[in-house]
Design a protein around this ligand. Structure first.
Ligand SMILES: NC(=O)c1ccc[n+]([C@@H]2O[C@H](COP(=O)([O-])OP(=O)(O)OC[C@H]3O[C@@H](n4cnc5c(N)ncnc54)[C@H](O)[C@@H]3O)[C@@H](O)[C@H]2O)c1
Length: 259
């Protein structure tokens, strides 16, 4: 699945799943621009500059908030001026607040929706405007979640946001499909990152997630995906191997949604 000569913008690419996607796309030939609100990775404290310097293609780090249109516009301008095009947008930046409905503040709800929904929209809007001007049209991969389709404990805001991302994916795919721009959602199940570390450390959550995952191997932690397993699916959606797919949701969750 070669991405030789392609240019990819990966949001939230400094940590976790986004970091694995950035590495996967670069190791398959793409120049990658990592757009992240943080300065250092949540995984191990590595800086954005250090992270992109270690990638096998010439790549860039750009600090900015996905929900800020000016910041996203600047990131896309920098991408195009450095590498000449924007071929792939991976809308991966995301946050969560795991709280019960009683404890969830309106501000918590807004915080989750602002990054996960508004952020994905802002990046897609800026990217589509650019992709329309190019002879080789683009691909958008929206990282949603299996929680777009099922409920889970203490996840009202998060599930709402990811359901919206799946709907956004379908609406945008219909709107831009005739122009050759593809838009798909990638829906990971529980994945081993800092994002959910504290939440899944709770005994009742660990038990729920193990129970819900047919591919689990009890007690080994293997009911969690690795970021690299999710990145394999992102590479497929970003590449020409998925050329006739748009508006789809690719669920990679160890079977959780099959229950
Ligand atoms: N980890 C899981 O179990 C899981 C499961 C399904 C879906 N997802 C989704 O995958 C994506 C990545 O999750 P992860 O587990 O790697 O999380 P993570 O917390 O490990 O990494 C998220 C990255 O996004 C960045 N970020 C957060 N808000 C941002 C903003 N406003 N602008 C720019 N960057 C921002 C963070 O700085 C961080 O580097 C998210 O959309 C998440 O909802 C995760």
């Amino acid at each position: 699945m070669s991405l030789d000569g392609r240019v990819a913008l990966v949001t939230g690419g400094l940590s976790g799943i986004g970091r694995a996607i950035a590495a996967k796309l670069a190791s398959n030939g793409a120049h990658v621009v990592v757009l992240d609100a943080g300065e250092v990775s949540r995984d191990d404290g590595i800086s954005g500059e250090e992270l992109v310097a270690a990638l096998p293609t010439k790549s860039l780090f750009h600090q900015g908030d996905v929900a800020d249109p000016d910041a996203v516009g600047a990131a896309v301008e920098r991408t195009v001026s450095a590498f000449g095009s924007l071929d792939v947008l991976v809308n991966n930046a995301g946050v969560t607040v795991f709280k019960s409905i009683d404890a969830l503040e309106v501000d918590d709800f807004d915080f989750v929706l602002r990054t996960n929904v508004r952020g994905a929209f802002v990046c897609a809007q800026v990217a589509v405007a650019r992709m329309r001007t190019q002879s080789r049209r683009g691909v958008i991969v929206n990282v949603a979640s299996n929680f777009a389709f099922v409920g889970a404990t203490d996840a009202v805001a998060y599930c709402t946001s990811k359901g919206a991302v799946v709907s956004m994916t379908q609406a945008l795919a219909v709107e831009v499909g005739k122009e050759g721009i593809r838009v798909n959602a990638l829906c990971p199940g529980a994945t081993a990152t800092e994002f959910n570390r504290a939440h899944r450390a709770r005994a009742e959550i660990d038990a729920e997630w193990q129970e819900m995952t047919p591919l689990r191997v009890l007690g080994t932690g293997a009911h969690l995906a690795t970021p690299d397993q999710i990145a394999d699916a992102a590479l497929f959606l970003a590449s020409d191997s998925s050329a006739f797919m748009t508006g789809a949701s690719l669920v990679v969750d160890g079977g959780w949604n099959a229950r």
